[in-house]
Design a protein around this ligand. Structure first.
Ligand code: NBP
Length: 487
């Protein structure tokens, strides 16, 4: 493994864990010459002698050797663990690169870190891309969804590589396009992951209703999910759920029944919720999905509480005809979740000054990634019809879809409440839907309370907006009001 005399590699990838290795092999398949490097250098040889054997992939035993093999402008993609590893690798790279060279972070970095790194790297005259990559191992190998953002001048230099290796939708359009400036790429990936949390929670709730209320076997549930996968719920997550439910352990019993019910999380769902709070956007479904994982982790407490706290318990005797309504609840709540996700995207674009293409984002998620679904094609159509669409729920297709699913959705949420089955995502979606379509919410009373105890003032329905009033509710205290602000 010697450095070539003339630099001939198209791109370098640092980080030979599951994502890096598979992206390299994917790039190689598409005719790009890749130089592979990893902090633990023995992994470079292992990779070249095994997974990459017989390919055009070359390796390097040092960052210097890696850089020396790259054509200019040099393109270096980091597929290392998110966090400090990215900063450390950038520090190692910078003295070896020239102005105009491009550093790409393809890991799951927090978008604010990407904004910071971009500024730092651009100050040195280099270009920076923060690219969300979704699809896991399989996607990385055969076609992920890639969401790049950062220095716009870098995009023409990486476009052909990224669009070649990305998943393609039916008409051949790649699930990769320029997302926007700054940390926009990683932000969109973060929202993708948040939506993934929501989709998975909704599927979990449907599963628990089918299992505990309807008393269905794993095989029967697998068939229900397979059926759903032929209609409007057609998606990767519904498909794998059907396969998971059908999967048997070595003793012939469903493996899913033997898996401990405590969910893990790596942080991107939490980041979405934090950003939603920061930007004042009611992303309630993803929040419930994150907290549902937190509750699941309290296994010991739940076990103790199950023996103490009173309430109805499902007995598996529910009418199987409810399965159709459960599918409707899943679909309607999913629409609300995506509507909320897009509200957050719009608010972030406004706040951070990104020019986001909402239909294009739906298209990037249409294939390759974990939330890929037929449904995203409908979202793309909604934004194609009206790029300025204020809320997905107001699009005629989705307004009708939620109206059509509504009876089943309400029945399921009510049934879950009466039988003691927690459906936080389905029910918060319904609460959001009802709040969003309610002309008069009880916030008038809330404003009165705030003014009563804190002189926070209120606006009046019989006066123009923007005028604030304070009432001396008790006849005691002064007339001084507190400053008013909107969160
Ligand atoms: P990991 O997230 O497990 O990271 C392992 C890689 O990071 C190894 O190459 C390791 O090198 C390197 N690394 C570490 Br750890 N600390 C380092 C440091 N200080 N300096 C240089 N390199 C360092 O790998 P992954 O699962 O392939 O994921 C890569 C990125 O892609 C992550 O940001 C991840 O969140 C994201 N992602 C993962 C998936 C997935 O399904 N796994 C999907 C989408 C996105 P070493 O071998 O020397 O320890």
């Amino acid at each position: 493994m010697e450095a070539a005399t003339e630099p001939s590699a198209d791109i370098a990838v640092i980080g030979l864990a599951v994502m890096g290795q598979n992206l390299i092999l994917n790039m190689n398949d598409h005719g790009f010459k890749v130089v592979a490097f990893n902090r633990t250098v023995t992994k470079v040889d292992d990779f070249l002698n095994n997974e990459a054997a017989g390919t055009n992939v070359v390796g390097a035993h040092s960052i210097e050797e890696m850089v020396a093999q790259l054509k200019t402008p040099r393109r270096v993609m980091l597929m290392v663990k998110a966090g400090e590893a990215v900063d450390q690798t950038i520090e190692h790279l910078l003295p070896l690169l020239d102005p105009g060279d491009i550093i790409i972070d393809g890991g799951n970095s927090l978008f604010t870190d990407t904004e910071r790194r971009l500024k730092f790297v651009e100050e040195k005259g280099l270009l920076y891309i923060g690219a969300g990559v979704s699809g896991g191992e399989e996607g990385a190998r055969n076609g992920p969804s890639i969401m790049p953002g950062g220095s716009p001048a870098a995009w023409p230099h990486v476009k052909s590589i990224f669009q070649s290796i990305a998943a393609k939708v039916d008409d051949g359009t790649p699930c990769c396009d320029w997302v926007g400036e700054g940390g926009a790429g990683h932000y969109v990936k973060m929202i993708h992951n948040g939506i993934e949390y929501g989709d998975m929670q909704l599927i979990g709730e449907a599963y628990q209703l089918l299992k505990d209320h309807l008393g269905m076997s794993a095989d029967d549930m697998s068939a229900v999910f397979a059926q759903w996968n032929k209609g409007e719920l057609d998606s990767f997550l519904i498909q794998i759920t059907s396969e998971i439910l059908a999967y048997k352990d070595t003793d012939g019993q469903p493996l899913v029944d033997k898996i401990l019910d405590t969910a893990g999380q790596k942080g991107t769902g939490k980041w979405t919720v934090m950003s939603s709070a920061e930007l004042g956007q009611p992303v309630t479904l993803i929040s419930e999905a994150v907290y549902a994982r937190c509750i699941s982790a309290f296994k010991d407490q739940r076990l103790a509480a199950s023996k103490v706290l009173q309430g109805p318990k499902p007995n598996g005797s529910g009418d199987h005809s409810l399965a159709g309504s459960i599918g409707q609840a899943l679909y309607a709540a999913k629409i609300v979740s995506y509507a909320q996700g897009y509200m957050l995207l719009r608010a972030a674009a406004n706040d951070y000054g990104w020019n986001l293409n909402y239909g294009g984002i739906a298209l990037m998620w249409r294939g390759g990634c974990i939330i890929r679904s037929r449904f995203l094609g409908d979202i793309k159509k909604a934004f194609d019809t009206d790029p300025a669409l204020l809320n997905l729920l107001l699009d005629p297709f989705f307004a009708k879809a939620t109206a059509d699913a509504q009876e089943g959705w309400r029945t399921v949420v009510a049934t879950a409440a009466m039988t003691g089955i927690p459906v936080p995502a389905m029910s918060t979606a319904l609460a959001f839907y009802d709040a969003y379509r309610t002309e008069n919410l009880p916030a008038n009373l809330l404003q009165a309370q705030r003014d009563y105890f804190g002189a926070h003032t209120y606006e009046r329905i019989d006066q123009a907006r923007g005028q604030f009033f304070h009432t001396n509710w008790t006849g005691q205290g002064g007339t001084t009001s507190s400053s008013s602000y909107t969160v």
